[in-house]
Design a protein around this ligand. Structure first.
Ligand code: ADP
Ligand code: ADP
Length: 218
């Protein structure tokens, strides 16, 4: 479960997140919808301990990220950043992540298969296509078999096959009982993946409703 309580973030004179409060429950895909600049990435970065809030709290299964033990086993994330460690081979990168996070050593092979990366496992990260790079990010997110997943605009820039594949994966992960929180600036994308919707604009909560309720009301 994800809990955001009276969360605020200012950058100088810009208010990126403004007294935001919502809960994301397990067992379904929850969409995080808002136009570019609405504050989605900022909220996700705070949830992942990559940024500090100006006010309020962001909790994953009851604790702020900084207090999670073995964080990769508690929460997996796919952010919009370009992959680091470009000189490493894809498989070696996952092996290194597993080793440094006390994740069972068979797990990299499993997530390579799950994300369809078997064929490029020995390539260096910088030589992967954009879509394969995103899959590797997802493989890293799934490595610790975490109950909570945060995905920031995961289908952006993917080809149609990649888009369908990620949509199906997200639904399967939610059906397994995980908390899946996925951002997009596209209502059309949310409509086909999310059962529940958190809508924000200018850092403020605009709606927190089932997808059916949102469509009926708009
Ligand atoms: P979204 O993910 O919904 O597109 P963001 O969270 O990236 O929105 O941005 C929300 C607002 O905060 C925007 O006005 C953006 O310019 C601003 N912002 C985000 N990160 C920073 C930063 N590091 N420094 C200054 N302003 C930022
Ligand atoms: P088992 O060894 O019992 O098959 P797994 O968790 O490895 O357990 O696989 C069960 C299913 O769960 C897989 O078919 C796949 O769809 C999904 N899965 C496996 N690993 C993950 C993960 N880290 N995150 C989300 N889903 C996963």
């Amino acid at each position: 479960m994800i809990e955001v309580r009276n969360l605020s973030k200012r950058y100088g004179g810009t208010t990126a997140v403004d007294d935001l409060a919502f809960t994301v429950r397990p067992g379904r895909v929850t969409g995080f919808l808002g136009p570019n600049g609405a504050g989605k990435s900022t909220t996700m970065r705070i949830l992942l301990g990559l940024d500090r809030p100006t006010g309020g709290r962001a909790l994953i299964d009851g604790a702020p990220f900084a207090r999670l033990r073995e964080p990769l086993r508690r929460v997996g994330a796919l952010l919009e950043t370009t992959p680091a460690h470009g000189g490493r081979r894809a498989r070696d990168h996952l092996l290194w992540l597993a080793r440094s996070n006390r994740i069972p050593e068979g797990r990299p092979t499993e997530v390579l298969r799950l994300t369809g990366l078997d064929g490029v496992a020995r390539k260096r990260i910088k030589h992967l296509s954009f879509g394969m790079g995103r899959r590797l990010g997802l493989a890293a997110a799934l490595l610790g078999d975490p109950p909570v997943l945060l995905l920031d605009e995961p289908v952006n820039g993917l080809d149609p096959e990649g888009v369908l594949w990620i949509r199906n994966l997200m639904k399967r992960l939610a059906a397994e009982g995980r908390t899946v929180f996925v951002s997009s600036h596209l209502m059309s994308e949310m409509a086909v993946t999310a059962e529940h919707l958190i809508v924000i604009g200018r850092g403020r909560l605009l709606a927190d409703t089932t997808m059916a309720g949102f469509i009926a009301a708009n």
